[in-house]
Design a protein around this ligand. Structure first.
Ligand code: GRF
Length: 209
């Protein structure tokens, strides 16, 4: 399975994917990494790993739709099967959503549907006083953070937590969960049934994984 990763920031989830699926992995290839932010660390990590990593800055295009149309064309040209949003900070438009419908996943640092549609989910979780938080990997649809949930991991929230300490605890789970989901999809074990996602046990597993 050929995977294209979209990232805008420090790229720690991308690094987790590159560790899980190094070059030559028998079932998953991190084929390309793309960003809207030319200077982001994620692009540096990708290039150090020898992965093609172009930037598509918003300023180079007339609109977000056109920018994402160019990204979609590059993903199609790279024969990408699955698009992974790993800290990608732009809302997706139809020019990217349509050609990859049902083939885009995102990782969000909360237990959705709690704290959806925000870039500050961990701070909001601490401020709200929830006792559990975590991360969610879900399919991407037009409505932000509302696509079918594939997998979640929970962590405790302690009285002493700050945004940073909770974010770090959640991040450790993100780095496990995202590669696990990518592997399940590569194995053909993830089936969307309306709003729900079913993980098929055992069947279709890659003999190498
Ligand atoms: C992660 O917390 C992810 O859940 C959110 O953006 C952050 C990206 O972190 N969508 P990194 O760039 O992968 O380190």
């Amino acid at each position: 399975m050929r995977v294209g990763v979209l990232a805008s920031g420090r790229g720690s989830n991308l690094q987790a994917l590159l560790r899980a699926f190094p070059e030559g992995h028998p079932c998953v290839s991190i084929t390309c990494v793309m960003s809207n932010r030319p200077e982001c660390l994620a692009l540096t990590h990708a290039r150090s790993a020898g992965v093609v990593a172009p930037a598509f800055p918003r300023s180079a295009y007339g609109s977000r739709v056109e920018q994402q149309r160019a990204m979609a064309a590059a993903l199609v040209a790279a024969h990408v099967d699955l698009v992974v949003l790993a800290g990608y900070d732009q809302v997706l438009t139809s020019s990217l959503l349509q050609p990859f419908a049902g083939r885009i996943i995102n990782i969000h640092p909360s237990l959705l549907p709690a704290f959806a549609g925000t870039l500050h989910a961990q701070a909001e979780a601490v401020a709200y006083g929830v006792k559990l938080s975590g991360c969610t990997v879900h399919y991407v649809i037009e409505e932000i953070d509302q696509g079918p949930i594939i997998a979640q991991a929970a962590v405790p929230v302690y009285d002493s937590d700050t945004e940073d300490s909770l974010a770090q605890r959640i991040l450790e789970q993100e780095h496990q969960l995202l590669p696990a989901v990518v592997k399940w999809i590569a194995e053909g074990r993830v089936r969307i049934e309306g709003r729900r996602v079913v993980i098929l046990g055992g069947s279709g597993q890659c003999e190498h994984c």
